[in-house]
Write a protein that binds this ligand. Sequence first.
Ligand code: KIV
Ligand code: ZN
Length: 513
Amino acid sequence: MADKLIIFDTTLRDGEQSPGASMTRDEKLRIARQLERLRVDVIEAGFAASSNGDFEAVKAIAGHVRESIVCSLARANDRDITRAAEALKGAARSRIHTFIATSALHMEKKLRMTPEQVHEQSRLAVRFARNLCADVEFSPEDGYRSDPDFLCRVLETVIAEGATTINVPDTVGYAVPELFGQFIKTLRERVPNSDKAVWSVHCHNDLGMAVANSLAGVMIGGARQIECTINGLGERAGNCSLEEVVMALRTRRDYFGLEVGVDATQIVPASRMVSQTTGFVIQPNKAVVGANAFAHASGIHQDGVLKARDTYEIMRAEDVGWSANKIVLGKLSGRNAFKQRLQELGVELESEGEVNAAFARFKDLADRKSEIFDEDIIALVSDESVSAEQEHYRLESLAQHSETGERPHASVVFKAGEVEHHAESDGNGPVDASLKAIESKVRSGAEMLLYSVNAITSGSTESQGEVTVRLQFGGRVVNGVGADPDIVVASAKAYLAALNKLHSNGERVAAQG
Ligand code: KIV
Ligand code: ZN
């Protein structure tokens, strides 16, 4: 039987570290459920000690996910590890992932610790974690740039203390495939008790080689776990992309010869959910999940694919979860049909009250848009998943006037908690006027870093516009996403969603801090 390769998803931890990608507890829970449908082996749900919000998110995920192992990150100290164990209490299967930097640069400049101190702290941390959890992963941060002799000593020690997985990060994305593969191989050969742990790789994408490096870590180095994120989300240039690595392993099984448990048909729904939740738009030519990944524009290619699909296609779109844009529902569809479609799309709403509220939004949308696609429904329930407590600001109504030669004007009614505000403003355009009207009351002082509009379903001006707004205030960066057939309304929703995030999320400690 082929060896099994463990897929460890860290979208909710390392992915979320990307500036602006921070997610609420409920958003994380929704994504965790999708990751479980995707059948990833391990879900790194967060970094419990970093903030109360992260603690609650890890706890909620541990309480809901039953199939995948739920993991929390922890720095190599008793407080962080205790916090991780507390958050994971309700999990069917849990893992504590503890880390400390081992490169000379990080030890000296960041930690201000000697190698001996780091060695001892690693030992104590793994010993402490093993008393709280049978499944303990250890990562030497900046492992790839660490001195191999020192690294081997540390890894031998933590395996002797009971670490069950050894994860080697290329924290800054400096590796190249062959050298990285050799590095893992050397470590496995030189650490005397290396066979007592599963070896894992964690690659960042600064030079665009995270997927190639991870696969080399597996093929040359013998690693049997890959850490990755949906859409390659992550700090700077991101992490190894789950969809690329999984589809490489499946499509070239003849070469890799490894078993992966992932249900690939859930890849595109997962990718969309992460993109819609974070506001990180997927580039059209992105492998596997980009809008053009299976589109054939040139006449020669189209002709070839029509004659025999495999002339230009190495994967089938439906195998990774692309469905043809289907008109699924319309104005006359009833609540049961709507509920059934939600189930088919793998969307679980918590209560009948939430289904009713989502159905009311659906009816409202169907009045304005004749054809409702799967993507519309997903956008609609993304709005719905914001719980009342996180939704401090809520749009009630918006009117705007624009005419050639006139300065546009907007009137916006929105709620802040229980207080209703009526706001008016002029602006350069109707969107500008609407957001200025909101800001005139909220006075957030936030700086806008990004404003972007995308059509949710392609090919027609009937599509809903999906707007992403990125705001920065007091060192925090947040994204808000809003969807509506009217892009001015979508913009106001996105702006209010970003303000809600600024309003609700507390401070957090950075994992690489
Ligand atoms: O990139 C990195 O080194 C990490 C560790 C915390 C595993 O994310
Ligand atoms: Zn990382």
